[in-house]
Design a protein around this ligand. Sequence first.
Ligand SMILES: NC(=O)c1ccc[n+]([C@@H]2O[C@H](COP(=O)([O-])OP(=O)(O)OC[C@H]3O[C@@H](n4cnc5c(N)ncnc54)[C@H](OP(=O)(O)O)[C@@H]3O)[C@@H](O)[C@H]2O)c1
Length: 274
Amino acid sequence: MRKIQLGNTGESIPIIGQGTWGIKSFKGRNYYENWKNSLRKGIELGMTHIDTAEFYGRGTSEKIVGEIISEYNRDELFITSKLFPMHLRYNSMKKAAYKSLKRLGIDHFDLYLIHWPLPLIKIKKQMQVLEDLVNEGKTRYIGVSNFSVKQFKEAQEYLKKATLITNQLLANVSQQKHIHNSLPYYVENDVILTAYSPLGHRGLNSLDVDLKNKLLKVAQNHNASVQQIAIAWLINHKNVMTIPKAYKIEHVESNAQASEIILSKEEIELLDIK
Ligand SMILES: NC(=O)c1ccc[n+]([C@@H]2O[C@H](COP(=O)([O-])OP(=O)(O)OC[C@H]3O[C@@H](n4cnc5c(N)ncnc54)[C@H](OP(=O)(O)O)[C@@H]3O)[C@@H](O)[C@H]2O)c1
């Protein structure tokens, strides 16, 4: 598994991690066992970055991820979670972070993000919470998600010592806005763009014909699937890592293999939508 350096932290993590948005509540035992097997397989293949959030399955995702974490050496895994922006006050935000840690069964996150900005909540207050969590040792790194470049810059300005290491954004081969418009800023400032929904949330099963044909052409060159090429297209951009979600083991395997695919400049440009 190829790794990516996290800004100027000196730390490198897998360029492809595992998303867990799909983990639902009130399902049967087999469902959760299947999910855990998929996560275990992903870890075995080097996808040791697991992305979760208090919002996913109303805590169920964090709970299942916690059960997986308990089977491993904590330091082998890189755990990201996110604060649901319905907590308006400093104390309720802090409490939500502690509850996430409890569900995950860990004493610190590796990365903790504000899930998305809300006009109701002052970015300054959210940054104070994140920085205090760093100072308390409750998270090693912090970042944001779904912030515009303007909001990202504003957020960074409120931090005294800590640095935002990522903005987690919607980016995939058919939704390229952030790759063309925001990524240049993040590259210049040593920030990672974490591409979420790298397979368009549904596995890219309803692609525009022109784009699908281009993907098929590149896929043929690499003896790969369209989805593997879609992931490769993202991580062949500087400062981009990603977190596909896969419940099916064969998808987990396929996603891990995508880290090895190196696209030519011409192939990347062929897939660019400008
Ligand atoms: N920060 C945010 O606001 C935000 C928003 C959305 C997502 N996220 C994060 O990003 C993660 C990924 O995004 P996502 O869950 O929206 O969807 P996604 O990863 O873009 O797509 C998941 C879909 O693709 C299928 N799939 C996975 N690997 C495949 C492969 N190799 N070949 C064919 N199909 C494949 C999955 O099927 P199976 O599951 O059946 O295997 C599932 O239907 C989330 O789980 C979450 O952790 C963050």
